[in-house]
Design a protein around this ligand. Structure first.
Ligand code: UD2
Length: 296
C-alpha cells in the first residue's frame, strides 16, 4: 500500500493543449453526475496515462471463465488479448475452467502469463454465471490479492479488436451494456421483483451495466464480488433467481456503490447491432454463438 505514496513525475512531453472552452466530444456524455468519467474514444491521451501507470508498474489480472464447451473461445480470446489488451503491462490471465487440458498454448509477451485454476462445472448455464461471483471473491482473497493490483472480469465468448489499456483502470469500473446505453431507465432489464436482493425500482437506476466487462482494484472487486455473492445466496434461500443472474446483482451493487469510471460500449460491443456513428472504435466484441448448442 505504501507504493501509492511514491512520487509520480512525468517526463517532458509534447501533446496538444487540453482545451477549457471546447468539448472533447459533443455527441456523447463524458461525465456522470457523480463525476465519474465515461470513456469514449477521443476523451483521453493514452501517452499521459501510460507514463503515469508505467511508473506504478501496475499488474493486471484478467479473470475469465471457460466452463464446458466455452473452452473453444479461449484461443481467439487470448490471441487477441495479446494484441490489444494492456500491451506492455504485466498481465495474469486467470482462466477458471473445469477442463484444464483444453486450455490452448498461446505465445505470450514478456511479463504475461496464463494461470489455470480448476473449478467444478455446473449443469445449468445460469449457475455457471451466478457462481462467478463466489469464485471471484474466493480466489481474490486467496490468491489474486497477492499477485495483481487490478482485476478485470470478462466474458469469454469475445475477442479484442482495438486498444484496451490503462484508461479503463479505476477503483471500480462498469461498462454500458450495448443493448441499453440509449434506453430510459424504466426499460432497463433490472430485476423488478422486490423479493430479490437485486431489486431495483422503476424510478431508480443510472445505467444498465454489462456483466461481461467490469473490474477495479483487487480490494474493490473483492467487495463487489462478495456482496453480489451474498445477494445471490439470499435469493437462493428465498427460492428466487434474478432475471439476468449475476448481471442483475452487479447492477444493484453499482446503483449503491457508484463506479468511479464508466466504459462506453466501445468496450463491449456486439456487431449484430450494427455500428452507430458514436462508436468510433469497437474494442471488445462478441463472437457469434449458438446459445442452445454451446450451453448444453
Ligand atoms: C449475459 C452477460 C453475461 C452474464 C449472462 C448471465 C453481457 C455481455 N453478458 O451474457 O456476463 O451476465 O448474461 O445471464 O453482459 N460460461 C461458461 N460456460 C457455460 C456458460 C457460461 O464458461 O456453459 C461463462 C463464459 O465465460 C461466458 C459467461 O459465463 O462468457 C457468460 O455466459 P454467456 O456468455 O453465455 O451469457 P450471455 O451471452 O447471455
Amino acid at each position: 500500500y505504501l507504493d501509492h505514496l511514491l512520487e509520480i513525475r512525468l517526463p517532458r512531453m509534447n501533446y496538444s493543449q487540453p482545451e477549457t472552452m471546447n468539448l472533447l466530444r459533443t455527441d456523447v456524455a463524458v461525465l456522470t453526475p457523480w463525476f465519474a468519467p465515461i470513456i469514449w474514444d477521443g476523451t483521453f491521451n493514452i501517452d499521459i496515462l501510460n507514463h503515469q501507470f508505467k511508473q506504478r508498474d501496475v499488474r493486471i489480472g484478467l479473470v475469465i471463465f471457460a466452463i464446458k464447451k466455452y473452452v473453444v473461445f479461449l484461443q481467439l480470446f487470448l490471441e487477441t488479448a495479446e494484441t490489444f489488451f494492456m500491451v506492455g503491462y504485466k498481465v495474469n490471465y486467470y482462466i477458471l475452467t473445469d477442463r484444464p487440458k483444453d486450455v490452448p498454448n498461446v505465445t505470450l509477451a514478456e511479463g504475461r502469463r496464463v494461470v489455470v485454476l480448476k473449478i467444478p462445472s455446473h449443469a445449468r448455464w445460469q449457475d455457471v454465471c451466478l457462481n462467478r461471483m463466489e469464485i471471484i471473491s474466493v480466489f481474490t482473497k486467496q490468491q489474486f490479492i497477492h499477485e495483481v493490483d487490478y482485476l478485470v472480469s470478462a466474458d469469454i465468448d469475445m475477442r479484442f479488436s482495438d486498444h484496451v489499456g490503462v484508461e479503463i483502470l479505476s477503483d471500480t469500473f462498469g461498462t454500458l451494456h450495448p443493448g441499453f446505453y440509449r434506453a430510459k431507465r424504466q426499460h432497463f432489464t433490472f430485476e423488478r421483483r422486490p423479493a430479490s436482493q437485486a431489486y431495483i425500482a422503476v424510478d431508480e437506476g443510472d445505467f444498465y451495466y454489462a456483466a461481461g466487462f467490469y473490474g477495479g482494484t483487487v480490494d474493490e472487486v473483492y467487495k463487489l464480488a462478495n456482496q453480489c455473492h451474498n445477494g445471490i445466496m439470499t435469493d437462493k434461500a428465498n427460492s428466487i433467481e434474478a432475471v439476468w443472474h449475476e448481471e442483475s446483482h452487479l447492477n444493484k451493487y453499482f446503483l449503491n456503490h457508484k463506479p468511479t469510471k464508466i466504459l462506453s460500449p466501445e468496450y463491449l460491443w456486439d456487431n449484430g447491432m450494427g455500428v452507430p456513428e458514436v462508436l468510433r472504435k469497437r474494442r471488445f466484441v462478441a463472437v457469434p454463438k449458438n446459445h442452445a448448442e454451446i450451453r448444453n
